[in-house]
Structure formats: structure tokens, C-alpha cells
Design a protein around this ligand. Structure first.
Ligand code: SF4
Length: 398
């Protein structure tokens, strides 16, 4: 697990929050980003040895804890783990902070444009508890960030909070991504409630050439869904929103977090999706992230994936046999029957992913997504045990 920030100190001339692209020789040679937005990484012999590079108008230079600052350039000295910041990343310097924050990490499978801390739901298992603050300034920041991300980045998520609370600002961010990152898939995680307004959904028509909305639905009836999201009326709004997104020509994924109450009606939810929302491109069935509100509601939410397996198998096979794409996220392979392994994805972002001591020597470790870095014993399945080559594809434990 590589953290997304590290202790650092920087020149006092940076008085405003500033996003910078970390540059090595490759970024310099590619010429895709203006020098005045790049931080030359002097921690490598190639850049440190190329004295003529220092004559160029860089935004600044990046040095290690003991690196002397070259005369004439602003400097960022990275005091924490040197691996936290690498060429290609985008970092933020925020006055008053003693840490440099990584806002984009090259090669990470879980880069997120964080849209807002606000939300209009209050989900029992929310991993990012909302705060009612004015953070509309993020629209400008995200538009700026989109211009510094690698042009060949395969995929970026937009998440929060609830991104649609940015209103027209969300459309601006997505259209900025279309301008700067036309080949990058944009995956927006939204509760879909604001799309009950068809006119709002229509503003995203043709906003980006590769755009998908990931919308959660937690039950086949309003009482269950509204309970999970702690918001009366949310089920009706989300279902209307899903139809509105479809009518606006949008691609839609349904995301289901597998808490205990949801698991109890999972086959019914699968049937509901197939019969009522056949345009859904992908159904993601996801283990709970043990952080945020989920920790306070463990009693109500936790179900061992082993106990979940029969309902999960029935739901996944029902959808799969009817041509609806299904994936399982955040579920260790040894907790699942082998029939479900083909659906399982390594879904946990690189910077959060972790394995337990039991995983050492497991024949499936390369295929298994493991655990969130903040896993604790009470959120760990009783079935965790290394799979031997003999178990592989026969799964003796189920
Ligand atoms: S033991 Fe193997 S299958 Fe189980 S969580 Fe660890 S790596 Fe995954």
C-alpha cells in the first residue's frame, strides 16, 4: 500500500494551491505539458546529471530530503517515502500543509477525480462520510487536473460525495475530460437521484466519447433501498434516474454493495434488474469496504462472504445466463465457490490493496484482489486460507 501523500517542504513562493506534473526525461521529451506546470524530478542520475535542463523555465524541482536546491528554481523537498511521488504523477502543494498530496498516480488502477464531500444520501456503509461544506472550488481544480493527466490513461473515476451536486459543474468537468482526455474512459459514481430530472440527464448527452455511470441499487423494493441509503424516496428517484440516463443515451452500470440486508434479497434484486432495467451494461456485486460509516454499523451490515455465497451464485448465474455482464469486487477468492471465480475482479485500488499473512504461498494470489489495507479481524472471513494448486479449480472447501 503506497500512501497518497508524504511529508514535504517547499519554497514559500507557492502561495496558492498548486497542481504540478512531476517530470523526468520522458515527460520532458514528450513535450505534452507546459514546462511552467512541471516539477523536474532531480532524484534520478539522468536528470540530476543533465545540467542544461536547469536552464529551462520549470515550475520547480523535486529533490530528496538531503538534496541541495539548485540556484534559481523553486524547490520541493520530499521528506517521506521517496516512492510516494514518481515521474508522471500530479501532485498538489497546499499552503499551510506539511504534506504533498498525489492527485494522480501514473499506472494506478484507481485514480479518482474527487468531486465533492457533499451528498444527498447517508448510506449505512458510506466509506466517505459526507460533509455539508461549500467545495464548489473543486470544479476549477478538477478541470486543471484533467489537463495534467497522462493522455494515454486508460480510465479515471469521478466520485465523491455525490458528484451531481456540482450541478452544471459536473458537466464542465466531464467536457474538460473530453477535451484533454478523449481516449480515457470516464466512470462517474453517482447515486443517480438527481437524474430524475430528465433535463439534467440530457446535459450529459455526447459529453464524452467514453462515459459510464455507476449507480447503486440496493434492493428490488423501496423499503430496503431507502433504508440502506437512509433517505426516504431515494429508490423511486434512482430508478427514475436510471431510465432518464438511458433515455439520454448514457451507459449505465448498477453497483450493489453486499451488506447483510441486501444479501438476503440478492436473487430478487437480480430478477428485478433483468426484468426492469435490461439496458444496464454491467452489474458489479461488491464486498463492503470496512471504513467510514460501515465501522459504526458493523452489526447490521456484516455478512461473511462464505454465508453470502449461495445467494451470490444464484444472482450471478441468473444474470450471466441472460446475457447481463456481472463482476464481483472486493471478495477474496478463497471465500467463494470456484464457480464464482471467473466473475471475480482485482478491484481494489493499488494504493489500498493488501494481503494477509495467510495469503503467503497461496496459488491464487496473482488472481485474487486481496483486502482493503484497513481490514481488521472482525471484517475477515472465517474461510481465509491459502489455496493450494490441488484446490485450484476444484475448491475443496465449498
Ligand atoms: S488466501 Fe489466497 S485466495 Fe484467500 S485472500 Fe489470500 S490470496 Fe486471496
Amino acid at each position: 500500500m503506497l500512501p497518497l501523500d508524504a511529508k514535504a517542504r517547499w519554497s514559500p513562493e507557492w502561495q496558492e494551491p498548486t497542481l504540478l506534473k512531476v517530470a523526468g526525461l520522458r515527460e520532458f521529451a514528450a513535450g505534452e505539458f507546459p514546462l511552467k506546470r512541471m516539477l523536474l524530478d532531480l532524484r534520478t542520475p539522468e536528470t540530476a546529471g543533465a545540467a542544461s535542463l536547469l536552464d529551462l523555465p520549470w515550475a520547480g524541482v523535486l529533490v530528496g530530503a538531503d538534496g541541495p536546491p539548485p540556484v534559481g528554481h523553486r524547490e520541493v523537498a520530499l521528506l517521506g517515502d521517496p516512492a510516494t511521488v514518481r515521474p508522471g504523477d500530479v501532485v498538489e502543494l497546499r499552503p499551510g500543509s506539511s504534506k504533498i498530496a498525489v492527485r494522480y498516480r501514473r499506472g494506478d488502477n484507481g485514480n479518482v477525480l474527487f468531486a465533492t464531500e457533499r451528498c444527498n444520501s447517508f448510506c449505512l456503509m458510506c466509506s466517505q462520510p459526507p460533509r455539508e461544506i461549500d467545495d464548489g472550488w473543486r470544479v476549477e481544480q478538477l478541470c486543471d487536473l484533467a489537463g495534467l493527466i497522462d493522455k494515454d490513461e486508460p480510465s479515471i473515476a469521478i466520485s465523491g460525495g455525490e458528484p451531481t451536486l456540482l450541478g452544471a459543474g459536473l458537466e464542465r468537468v466531464i467536457r474538460r475530460c473530453a477535451e484533454m482526455l478523449p481516449d480515457t474512459h470516464i466512470h462517474v459514481l453517482s447515486n443517480g437521484r438527481r437524474f430524475e430530472d430528465q433535463a439534467y440527464a440530457n446535459t450529459f448527452t455526447d459529453a464524452h466519447p467514453s462515459l459510464t455511470w455507476g449507480v447503486p441499487l440496493y434492493g428490488d423494493h423501496h423499503r430496503l433501498h431507502d433504508y440502506i441509503v437512509q433517505s426516504p424516496g431515494a429508490f423511486a428517484q434512482t430508478v427514475r434516474g436510471l431510465y432518464a440516463l438511458h433515455a439520454a443515451g448514457q451507459r449505465v452500470e448498477v453497483r450493489v454493495v453486499l451488506t447483510k440486508p441486501v444479501a438476503e434479497r440478492l436473487p430478487e434484486l437480480a430478477r428485478y434488474l433483468y426484468r426492469n432495467l435490461p439496458f444496464v451494461e454491467h452489474v458489479a456485486l461488491m464486498g463492503t469496504e470496512p471504513i467510514g460509516f460501515a465501522k459504526a454499523h458493523r452489526e447490521a451490515l456484516w455478512i461473511d462472504p462464505v454465508d453470502l455465497a449461495p445467494a451470490l451464485l444464484e444472482a450471478a448465474q441468473f444474470l450471466d445466463r441472460r446475457g447481463m455482464a456481472v463482476s464481483l469486487y472486493n471478495l477474496p477468492l478463497c471465500t467463494l465457490p470456484a464457480d464464482l471465480w471467473p466473475f471475480a475482479r482485482r478491484s481494489i485500488s493499488d494504493w489500498k490493496q493488501h494481503y494477509l499473512p495467510a495469503c503467503e504461498g497461496c496459488a491464487l494470489k496473482d488472481r485474487c484482489g486481496g483486502f482493503f489495507g484497513w481490514i481488521t479481524p472482525e471484517w475477515t472471513s472465517r474461510a481465509i486460507a491459502p489455496v493450494t494448486a490441488k484446490d485450484d479449480f476444484s475448491c475443496a472447501r465449498h
